[in-house]
Design a protein around this ligand. Structure first.
Ligand SMILES: NC(=O)c1ccc[n+]([C@@H]2O[C@H](COP(=O)([O-])OP(=O)(O)OC[C@H]3O[C@@H](n4cnc5c(N)ncnc54)[C@H](OP(=O)(O)O)[C@@H]3O)[C@@H](O)[C@H]2O)c1
Length: 307
């Protein structure tokens, strides 16, 4: 438990900052459920894998390589299938989707958790800035390839971040998706997380009336491998001060687990959650036109990079 959780209360859901993936699933029997999870080998993804399997779910655990995914599965035990999904490689993402479809199990949830953060210099893949390409386009290809595999009340859970508030002032820079025009480690991370949020809100609209839902979330601030690209001084400060002021990994995994499986979220769609309650996104995060344009542009990019 983090120190801060002692001072923060619970919200209308009955859960809050100090809730953990274990506490939000207390008493739930998830046997029979199948959940696809990206980034299952590290940080809050690995904790999500541990708790979902502990509650009886079959987790299709994705990682950059099948070896990494299998190692995480072996560590947690339970019912799992390890799959490779390198999000910056469209062929790997497509192969992952095909493998999941071939398993023949309807997906009760897809948790898009994998991500990279604040790369100090501009990196690109197939002409696109790498954080946008990995965090958003990779997941866009994965989820849109699997929509028919979503169960009747299947849930798509996009792990965004309050860092979406730090996206460029115009929001998604549609004329600078390569990053060549301007690049900022945090601005571009923020843009990718804004894209995760807008993707969920627009997907929720497209799924209206189907029983399937999509939501996004901020997990909190947690000391994980995500900080690997930050400078050593900032990383050192996180390592020392983290346990006092940041969420624990269990607390960090709570909101995505809550959104994926908690009965009280059934039918809830298009919302941005924080601390297991509906939170407030930036004005860009509520911009339906930007969300619709992002969908259209992402479809074109997905078609181009998978051709
Ligand atoms: N930690 C925080 O404070 C915080 C705050 C807000 C939002 N988030 C979000 O929470 C999510 C999980 O982060 P975390 O803190 O648990 O970080 P983490 O420990 O670094 O885990 C990130 C996961 O994403 C995977 N990944 C990275 N690049 C990938 C790629 N190209 N293809 C496939 N998988 C890839 C990593 O795999 P490898 O281990 O192989 O690199 C790892 O499994 C991220 O989406 C992050 O943006 C975290």
């Amino acid at each position: 438990m983090s120190l801060l959780s002692m001072f923060k209360g619970k919200g209308p859901s009955g859960f809050g900052y100090g809730s953990t993936a274990e506490s939000v699933t207390e008493g739930l029997d998830l046997s029979g459920q199948t959940i696809l999870l990206t980034g299952s080998n590290s940080g809050i993804g690995k904790e999500t894998l541990r708790v979902l399997t502990k509650r009886g779910a079959h987790v299709i655990a994705a990682a950059r390589t099948v070896e990494k995914a299998q190692a995480a599965c072996d560590e947690v035990g339970g019912e799992t299938t390890a799959v490779a999904c390198e999000l910056s490689d469209p062929a790997s993402v497509q192969a992952c989707a095909e493998r999941v479809i071939a398993l023949g199990r309807p997906l009760d949830a897809i948790i898009c958790n994998a991500g990279i953060m604040a790369l100090p210099t501009l990196n690109q893949k197939l002409g696109y800035e790498l954080q946008f390409f990995t965090n958003h386009i990779g997941h866009f290809i994965l989820v849109t390839s699997l929509l028919d595999t979503l169960a009747e009340k299947g849930r798509v859970v996009m792990v965004s971040s309050d860092a979406h508030n730090g996206a460029p002032k115009e929001g998604i820079q549609f004329d600078n998706l390569s990053g060549d025009g301007e690049y900022g480690a945090w601005a571009n991370y923020g843009q990718s997380k804004l894209a995760n949020l807008l993707f969920a809100s627009h997907l929720a609209k497209r799924l209206e009336g189907t029983g399937k839902t999509a939501n996004s979330l901020h997990p909190g601030v947690i000391h994980t491998n995500l900080a690997r690209s930050m400078n050593p001084i900032a990383r050192g400060a996180l390592a020392i001060g983290g346990p006092l002021v940041l969420k624990s990994v269990g607390e960090g995994a709570a909101t995505q687990v809550y959104l994926a499986v908690h009965p009280s979220v059934e039918g809830v769609a298009g919302k941005y959650f924080s601390d297991c309650n509906v939170g407030k996104s930036s004005s860009h995060g509520r911009d339906e036109q930007m969300a619709a344009k992002l969908w259209e542009v992402s479809e074109k990019i997905a078609a181009e990079v998978t051709a």
